[in-house]
Design a protein around this ligand. Structure first.
Ligand code: GA4
Length: 336
């Protein structure tokens, strides 16, 4: 990787600065909204992800959720199991999905919708369910706002006639199919399970529109960067250094389809740490079940073909639950 030099930084417009392997985007837009929109498009087109700083999600909202979820993971196993099995939402341990994928973690997947959260909260925090619901709902409101802001900026940067065309897929509260996933990777002794080979969560792309991940200060997230040198060295797994104050935001399969492949859904995985537990929280911004996913006309470059056939989010989910974690499921939706 070639780091941008200070001299280059002084003379160049921010959008033409080298992206760096892990593009960092200051969401407070010190160089103006247009620059921010262009930089986000570049990051999502060339890398499929970026690190968002000054993102506007209040630290106390994140801290309150982390306290609630850490308290849950500290409960005895039978109490946690009462919030499972993950069918597909709920508490789960080691098993990921229904098709044999296994990871070194326990997790909680919640439908990010107040009525669903309230139902689960009765099992998760029977003593004071509203304590849990309030923490989750506040967090979901804040990250949904951030997701919509990013999508509006991407809409602007992509030159969409209606720049809100993307955020409208994920802004609904009641019809939302968005999910909140909290992953707890316990300390693992490498000797304890040699078969796991250090994989905390196996490689995959996220199926939804946009994923917003925040984690504690324990490394583990890795992204697969396409070989920039044209095939000589192959794709490379790159470690994303932890930063609890930032959000790591990635493009999902549905956003790749909506932009005809202009924005790319990146493959990523989590390697388990052997020394300290990792806690991560991911908001998967998804469309309503009946939403039709088709390339927005402005993203289909003149003369180019549509890469994917139109599908509904419900159809895509059916395929995703039928396949293994690492499957390249968008391949099934290629236009003929
Ligand atoms: C990957 C992204 C999210 O964690 C998730 C996962 C889901 C699950 O754990 O139930 C899936 C996986 C994810 C895609 C393929 C299927 C479904 C596990 C699996 C093997 C919650 C999601 O939406 O898709």
């Amino acid at each position: 990787m070639v780091a941008p030099s200070a001299a280059a930084g002084r003379d160049m417009a921010p959008e033409s600065l080298p992206l760096g392997i892990i593009p960092t985007v200051d969401m407070s837009a010190p160089s103006g909204r247009g620059e921010l929109a262009r930089r986000l498009v570049r990051a999502c087109a060339e890398r499929g992800f970026f690190k968002a700083v000054n993102h506007g999600v209040p630290p106390r909202v994140s801290a309150r959720l982390d306290a609630a979820t850490s308290a849950f993971f500290a409960r005895p196993a039978p109490v946690k199991q009462a919030a499972g099995p993950p069918d597909p939402l709920g508490y789960g341990s080691r098993n990921i999905g229904a098709n044999g994928d296994v990871g070194e973690l326990e997790y909680l997947i919640l439908h990010a919708q107040p009525a669903a959260v309230a139902r689960k909260a009765m099992v998760i925090d029977a003593e004071d369910p509203s304590r849990f619901s309030v923490a989750v709902n506040e967090y979901v409101d804040a990250v949904r706002r951030l997701a919509c802001r990013v999508l509006d900026l991407l809409g602007e940067g992509l030159g969409l006639g209606d720049p809100t065309s993307l955020s409208r897929f994920v802004s609904a509260v009641v019809d939302s199919d968005s999910v909140l996933r909290i992953n707890h990777y316990p300390t693992s002794s490498a000797a304890a399970d040699v078969s796991a080979k250090g994989i905390g969560f196996g490689e995959h792309t996220d199926p939804q529109i946009l994923s917003l991940l925040r984690a504690n200060d324990v490394d583990g997230l890795q992204v697969l960067l396409p070989d920039a040198r044209g095939g000589s060295g192959g794709d490379q797994w790159v470690q994303v250094p932890a930063d609890p104050s930032a959000f790591f935001i990635n493009v999902g399969d549905a956003l790749q389809a909506l932009t005809n492949g202009r924005l790319v859904s990146i493959r990523h995985r989590v390697m388990a740490s052997t020394t300290r537990p990792r806690l991560s929280t991911i908001y998967f911004a998804a469309p309503p079940l009946d939403a039709r996913i088709a390339a927005l006309p402005e993203t289909v470059v003149a003369g180019a073909a549509r890469r994917y056939r139109t599908f509904t989010w419900a159809e895509y989910k059916k395929a995703m639950y039928a396949l293994r974690l690492s499957h390249n499921r968008l391949d099934l939706f290629h236009a003929d």
